[in-house]
Design a protein around this ligand. Structure first.
Ligand code: PEP
Ligand code: MN
Length: 336
């Protein structure tokens, strides 16, 4: 439930409403806005009888929200949230932020080469996986902590913040020591215990959409993180599973503007996992920017033909550099 106050409501009236909500046994979360202040009611399982609240002075409207998410919704928080990563801001109309790097961290040399190439091309944040959620147990599972060290070193040497995936609660402490952003992979989008712990950690989180998740489920997952007090959450569309097998997944691009309507959180697109094909990555990256994406996550490998993971969808350094140039012109056209 959401209580919208009159723009002229006094602090005293606000306080009375908070007390009334707490008297019903729920939590009251004030949401100051530019035009109006609202109070979110948290902790209710079903419909709340609002009669004692509706009649209080200063209350303009009571909205019953029957969705599995509240704190991430735009009804609840009309202004767009900007997520800060180092010197970069993601969302809220800021220029799109480009995250790039290999699928997996394979060696010190590979990570350094990838970092230099994406940095020279103009990337902002370096990616690389140290713990890999592979479909089968016989595939390369990642270098673990050694990989995290290579990633951090490559990020520091090229002056880029880094992002990497955390797969389990037990890895959180370790991954947080090395990474500026915690990535929750598609396969873990509904690992609710992990989401809660990540919410308590206070580091920015990139939450990837599960491959069969509806937007309601996606936002419900984001709500788990925000409900723990961490609103620094970036949503990432990375393609969904459909009947089509010609692409690895189906890029659901219309969710970019739709998520912006539904939620105040920034939305980025991963065209690499969405298509699975190098040839499709540049055009879908540009399409994502036109759709209003707040950033992109793109896989780049110095030698994709030798990649231990996702080579077919990885751009070369040159390919990425070409794409970055094309995107610079597009961004100017889009007014960034
Ligand atoms: C990745 O980013 O390398 C990855 C495994 O992505 P996803 O969770 O979207 O499959
Ligand atoms: Mn990958």
């Amino acid at each position: 439930m959401l209580i919208v106050m009159d723009p002229q409501a006094t602090d005293e009236q606000l306080q009375k409403v908070r007390e009334a909500v707490e008297a019903l046994g729920f939590r009251a979360e004030p949401i100051p806005g530019q035009q109006r202040t609202a109070i979110g009611v948290l902790g209710n399982q079903g419909y709340v009888d609002d009669s004692t609240i509706r009649e209080l002075a200063g209350v303009r409207e009571v909205i019953h929200v029957s969705k599995p998410y509240k704190m991430v919704s735009r009804d609840f928080h009309p202004e767009s949230t900007r997520v800060r990563v180092g010197a970069f801001e993601i969302g809220g109309g800021a220029a799109p932020v480009i995250m790039a790097g290999p699928c997996s961290i394979e060696s010190e040399e590979q990570m350094m080469r990838a970092a230099r190439e994406v940095k020279a091309a103009g990337a902002h944040i370096l990616r690389g996986g140290a713990f890999k959620p592979r479909t089968g147990p016989h595939s390369f599972q990642g270098l673990g902590e050694q990989g995290l060290k290579f990633l951090r070193q490559a990020g520091d040497e090229t002056a880029m913040p880094v992002i990497t995936e955390v797969m389990r609660i037990e890895q959180l402490e370790l991954v947080s020591r090395y990474s500026d952003v915690l990535q929750i992979g598609a396969r873990n989008m509904q690992n609710f215990d992990l989401l809660k712990e990540v919410g308590k950690f206070g580091k920015p989180v990139l939450l990837k959409r599960g491959m069969s998740a509806t937007l309601e489920e996606f936002l419900g997952a984001a709500e788990y993180i925000v409900a723990e007090g961490n609103d620094q959450v970036i949503l990432c569309e990375r393609g969904i599973r459909t009947f089509e097998r010609a692409t690895r997944n189906s890029l659901d691009l219309s969710v970019v503007p739709l998520l912006h309507e539904m939620s105040h959180l920034p939305v980025i697109v991963d065209p690499s996992h969405a298509t699975g094909k190098r040839s499709l990555v540049p055009v879908m990256s540009k399409a994502a920017l036109v759709a209003g994406a707040d950033g992109l996550m793109i896989e780049v490998h110095p030698e994709p033909e030798k990649a231990l993971c996702d080579g077919a969808q990885s751009l070369t350094g040159d390919g990425f550099s070409q794409l970055m140039q094309e995107m610079q012109s597009l961004m100017k056209y889009l007014g960034y």
